[in-house]
Design a protein around this ligand. Structure first.
Ligand code: ADP
Length: 478
């Protein structure tokens, strides 16, 4: 069963049940009130008769308990006072023998009530006489030693006709309302489910190829423009945002693959050309052979570095699977600085390491060593002279490592792109400096997979300053 029908039928059933129960209660209460009214009026007549009997003096006293006296007291002309369309009166002797009655009873006789006795002297009941029904109050009336039974009856025909009409009216209203509820529920349910159906249709239409050409991004824009701010509107919006993020991710992947192929192609082409030179001239010309072999070695080393870099990026991108342990950031940076010292010395660059405190971070030692290593390598690589400063510190919940150099710095316009994969700033300069353009992308990736971030700025006296902030592990490790 579709959601539309489930909502429509469920809602209708609930409403109809509620309405029926409510009408039932109203009818029942209405009947009760009318019965109470009838009982009150019967009881008023009864009181009047009892008062009449008790106030009469001799020879109408009940004390003279002979049947004749009773008959004399409650004779038909006395009872005629209470003869009306809404009251029928009959007086029986204490043993249940009918003595007198109002003329409107005609040939009908109100039967004795077996529940009535001297101990239980008042009772109400509903009886049928002929084809009519009556509400009857029976009273066992005593005066000294004598007793009589009085019945006062009120016909219920009008009351019952009223009930019947009320029930009929309520049934008609109930039926009509139920039909309206069903129809309206179906209308509302389809109104509610139409946008969902529309959304799922749109989702089906967005195949992976449409995502791939970044068309997915605009696919739900039409819906979003229609701007419903209800749940479905918000769902469409979230779905559109998700698609946008997915298509951006796809676009990034595609860019990476095309950049990677392009970057891999250059050294491969060079290796291939040099290998052909070797084949053709290598035996004859030792100078050519030497040069070709040197190029092949250099280019293949570049290639290996690039593939290594891509593998590290892929590893960092996997994120969660990286085994992490508590590590001293100062110790890692100090080791990396020591390893880089010979390269710095070669270029006569002073390499300083400094730390304030020993902040502990939670991470993969190889990746974090590579992170600091890439920054220190770049600082040495791009500086001609001067110094490189590596410092580690921590404050509150963060630990940081700074690598500052006195090199040329990074042009302001390039600052935002420097961490992109394969991006190399100031192409002319980068051309004489070996590199893959992956180093900083790896730094950022590793920082992020450790819950941190990498930033760059230019140092006040020129030169670049890279900072990586990582979450610091609190006690028991610090
Ligand atoms: P690579 O060093 O292999 O070129 P990176 O991703 O490490 O690639 O760096 C990207 C670019 O950022 C470099 O090509 C260079 O232009 C610039 N860069 C990185 N570090 C520095 C630095 N310390 N000083 C000046 N420029 C830098």
């Amino acid at each position: 069963m579709s959601l539309k029908w489930k909502i429509a039928l469920g809602y209708s059933a609930l409403l109809i049940v509620a309405m029926t129960v409510m009408s039932g209660i109203i009818v029942w209460r209405f009947q009760q009130i009318l019965y109470d009214q009838a009982a009150t009026s019967v009881n008023a007549t009864m009181k009047a008769i009892v008062a009449f009997a008790q106030q009469s003096t001799t020879p109408f006293s009940l004390e003279d308990s002979s049947t004749g006296t009773l008959q004399f007291l409650f004779n038909s002309s006395n009872l005629a006072t209470w003869n009306s369309p809404s009251s029928y009166v009959q007086v029986d002797s204490s043993n249940g023998y009918p003595l007198a009655k109002t003329a409107n009873l005609g040939s009908m006789t109100i039967p004795a009530n077996p529940k009535l006795s001297a101990a239980h002297d008042v009772a109400f009941r509903e009886i049928s006489l002929g084809d009519r029904s009556f509400l009857v109050e029976d009273r066992y009336l005593r005066a000294g030693a004598s007793a009589a039974i009085i019945h006062v009856a009120e016909p219920l025909d009008t009351l019952q006709r009223t009930f019947a009409r009320a029930r009929q009216a309520i049934a008609i209203v109930l039926g009509a309302t139920a039909a309206a509820v069903v129809v309206l529920s179906i209308v509302f349910a389809s109104q509610a489910t139409t946008p969902i159906n529309q959304l799922s249709r749109e989702m089906r239409e967005i195949g992976s190829d449409r995502l791939a050409i970044a068309g997915g991004k605009g696919a739900l824009d039409g819906r979003r423009r229609r701007g419903s701010r209800d749940e479905v509107g918000r769902l469409a919006q979230s779905f559109g945002d998700l698609l946008a993020r997915l298509s951006e991710a796809f676009a990034r992947e595609r860019q990476f693959i095309s950049d990677a192929s392009h970057e891999l192609k250059t050294p491969l082409t060079s290796i291939n050309a040099n290998a052909q030179m070797l084949l053709r001239w290598g035996d004859r010309d030792p100078a050519v052979r030497q040069e070709s072999l040197e190029t092949i070695v250099r280019e293949s080393a570049d290639l290996a570095a690039m593939v290594n870099g891509m593998l590290t990026l892929a590893k960092a991108d996997r994120g969660d699977e990286i085994p992490k342990e508590p590590l001293s950031l100062a110790q890692i940076a100090s080791e990396v600085s020591q390893n880089a010292a010979p390269r710095a010395a070669e270029k006569e660059i002073a390499l300083h390491f400094r730390h304030s405190g020993t902040p502990i971070v939670y991470g993969d030692p190889h990746l974090l060593r590579q992170l600091v290593g890439n920054l220190v390598d770049n600082a040495i690589k791009f500086s001609e002279r001067g110094s490189v400063q590596v410092s580690v510190g921590g404050n509150g919940a963060s630990a940081w490592v700074d690598v500052t150099d006195t090199g040329p710095g990074i042009p302001e316009s390039e600052l935002s792109n420097i961490f992109e994969r394969f991006y190399r700033a100031d192409k002319a300069r980068s051309r004489d400096v070996p590199g893959t353009g992956l180093g900083l992308a790896i730094v950022r990736s590793i920082a992020r997979v450790h819950g941190g971030e990498a930033t760059v700025s230019n140092a006040p006296g020129g030169g670049a300053r890279f900072r990586v902030i990582l979450p610091r592990v609190q006690a028991p490790f610090t």
